[in-house]
Design a protein. Sequence first.
Length: 248
Amino acid sequence: MPSRKFFKWSWDSAESQESFVKTVGFDDPQKSYLQVKQIETLLNLKPCKMIDIGCGNGRQTQIFAREGYDVSGIDISEKFLREACENAKKENIRVHYQRMRASQLRQREEYDFALAYHHSIGFLSEEELPLHFAGIYDCLKAGGIFLFEMAGPKLDGKFIPCKSWEERENDFILVDKKIERGYREELCILIDKKTGNIQEFHEKQRAFSLDELKNILGAAGFKDVQTYADLEKTPATESAFGVFVCIK
Ligand SMILES: C[S@@+](CC[C@H](N)C(=O)[O-])C[C@H]1O[C@@H](n2cnc3c(N)ncnc32)[C@H](O)[C@@H]1O
């Protein structure tokens, strides 16, 4: 008899992490390399001491390390970090990975550059949100750069509200997304083609406005915050934003 299970989506849960890999997934090496080059151009960045906040499977950390950066990466997912460590070992690359939340960062004035790419802050509690950005601010040296890149009002490349379904190798994926009263709500149903088992993920995350994000970064201490719609420096607007270049 096929089963049907319900989950509240959270980065802390192993089932949610697996569903992220199945439905969204990490960008491939080619895309990752292009992003790193775009970041270097945008920031006029040269090899330095850096930290990747929410580094996932380490796809960008390893490219930066190959380019000569001294790289650390933190994430809350044991599964993603295991993959990152295995890849780094296979490629003979040195990256210092640590399992922790950004709000638990205790390093002070240690990094020249902090990266938070495809960064997801909508699930943080109101109490954790300021600690998250304070941790990032504090770990940077004076004059250090924080690049914060996130989906903005456009999520997963699609404007919402939207309903979609897709057939993949092992699953059917049904998605329903909407934004209501400042929150993005998503229902994602995964149906295993072999067993018929259903996993139903209910996701609710805060959908920030451009001004809210500028205020949050300002409150963390960043005085100079440039906002763009993309890495090509297209100026940000309330309906198209996602790149924040912040100087300590
Ligand atoms: C959308 S993924 C992006 C991963 C990676 N930066 C990339 O571009 O491929 C977001 C990542 O942030 C991690 N994450 C979520 N909340 C976090 C937190 N509070 N502190 C550290 N990492 C977090 C998740 O586990 C996940 O790996």
